[in-house]
Design a protein around this ligand. Structure first.
Ligand SMILES: Cc1cc2nc3c(=O)[nH]c(=O)nc-3n(C[C@H](O)[C@H](O)[C@H](O)COP(=O)(O)OP(=O)(O)OC[C@H]3O[C@@H](n4cnc5c(N)ncnc54)[C@H](O)[C@@H]3O)c2cc1C
Length: 412
């Protein structure tokens, strides 16, 4: 039987582990803690079938100026973050030209198209239906100009990629979400996206499924990974594990481990924050407040307010500026009540400069496979991209062309 160690128990790791297991591999999942307690825990919990085009870096001067002046709440930066991300940011800028973004989106849309279907299979098999809402989510627009632009974009995505949405007038939004104090110029309701009430809980449910199907879950440090004999080994709390293949699915920690093996892969680190509130007026579906750059999402733990991107240096952060602004704006939409968490959570979106996740074998190490860099949509994509990885490892025909995701594209 073929064997693999998956390093990292976030949505990317468990997605790959389940797909390999389904193809007859003997699989062990290794994490430094409980699976699903890092980035895959703290996100906005939206399975974004509408996100067929990845987030490009803004290239129009008004938006760049607003970011530079720190007026935008979508993006925040500090000098340490700019310095640490500079090389990757320059590449991100290059890949964000309209022509290159168009090419990247073709590849991305193919993966996203499979995202809900792959989750659907796992949700049913793991009995996690109670965590999932299938009603989509809404983007609130404050001005008529923003609403017109968003509606035109939604229509473009419908004709081009078949993404379904509804444009809601302010009155229609008020009828759908009666607790909102303001409905601005209305909303775009993305109809086919899903959302969950506990993102970490969904990873835990998938991990239980993996265990029930015979998978091994161990505590261990990916930093102990070694190549030797016919494959790879890693130390765990229960002793060493060996397998013919190892998969790096460490989210934002992946590039750090790979440096030890001589790979210098650029990553744009976009930190985000969240805090839960005991609101008696939580909306029924998540709302992205476009003007103020945050999402409010009803979760089991309370109303979760999540922020946009902070270009942060590696290491712990001390600047939840965006969260303070987001919470002030959210308080104008609903009564937030009191905070559930004393301190905000923060985690890092692992974004690649060309906006595509890294899926494939490491160029100079046989049996070392990479599965990270899912950026803004890793919670959405883990099971679909895990399938692509498992197909490549098993010598199957890939369900979408695998070449755009190849690790070799960085010439690392
Ligand atoms: C604020 C915010 C909102 C977001 N909203 C959404 C959303 O609505 N929808 C969406 O699709 N995506 C969203 N994302 C992005 C998404 O959360 C990430 O892309 C995704 O969770 C990445 O998953 P991952 O498995 O690659 O990484 P992670 O979930 O971080 O998993 C990596 C795992 O590696 C483990 N690990 C790290 N170091 C070691 C080590 N040395 N040894 C062993 N194990 C180790 C960690 O413990 C962790 O479990 C959001 C992100 C943020 C920050």
């Amino acid at each position: 039987m073929r064997s693999a160690i998956v390093l990292g128990g976030g949505m990317a790791g468990i997605g790959a582990a389940l797909h390999l297991q389904g193809r007859g591999w003997s699989v062990a999942l290794v994490d430094k803690g409980e699976p699903g307690r890092e980035t895959s825990y703290g996100n906005a919990g939206i399975i974004q079938s509408e996100a067929v085009e990845p987030y490009a870096m803004p290239r129009d001067w008004p938006r760049l100026f607003s970011i530079a002046a720190r007026r935008s709440n979508d993006v925040h930066w500090d000098l340490g973050g700019l310095r640490d991300n500079l090389g990757a940011l320059l590449r991100y800028w290059w890949h964000s030209s309209p022509a290159r973004h168009e090419t990247v989106s073709q590849a991305y849309a193919g993966l996203i198209a499979r995202a809900v279907t792959e989750h659907e299979v796992l949700v049913a098999a793991s009995g996690a239906d109670r965590l999932v809402r299938q009603g989509g989510f809404r983007v609130l627009l404050c001005t008529q100009a923003a609403m017109d632009e968003a509606a035109a974009n939604a229509e473009r995505l419908r004709t081009r990629f078949g993404v379904r949405s509804l444009a809601l007038s302010p009155a229609e939004l008020a009828a759908a979400e009666p607790t909102l104090k303001q409905t601005g110029a209305g909303a775009i309701h993305w109809l086919d996206s899903w959302s969950v009430s506990d993102p970490g809980g969904l990873v835990a449910a998938y991990t239980q499924l993996f265990r029930r199907r015979g998978g091994t879950v161990r505590r261990g440090d990916a930093g102990t990974l070694k190549q030797g004999g016919a494959g790879w080994s890693v130390e765990t709390a229960d002793g060493p594990l060996d397998a013919e293949a190892a998969i790096v699915a460490l989210g934002p920690w992946s590039t750090g481990l790979l440096r030890r093996f001589g790979y210098r892969i650029p990553m744009v680190r976009k930190r985000g924050y969240h805090r839960h509130w005991r609101s008696a007026q939580a909306p029924s579906l998540p709302i992205l407040d476009a003007a103020n750059g945050y999402v409010m999402a009803p979760m089991a733990k309370g109303l979760r307010i999540t922020t946009g991107a902070e270009l942060s240096a590696a290491g712990p952060s001390v600047s939840p500026v965006q969260l303070a602004r987001a919470e002030a704006a959210a308080g104008n939409l609903v009564d937030l009540g009191s905070p559930v968490d004393n301190a905000p959570w923060s985690g890092t979106r692992p974004c690649m400069p060309d906006m595509l996740p890294v899926i494939g074998e490491a160029p100079r190490h046989r049996g070392l496979w990479l599965h990270f860099g899912h950026g803004h949509q890793g919670f959405t994509l883990g099971p679909a991209s895990g399938r692509l990885l498992a197909e490549a490892m098993s010598g199957e025909r890939p369900f979408v062309p695998a070449e755009p995701f190849s690790p070799g594209r960085f010439r690392p």
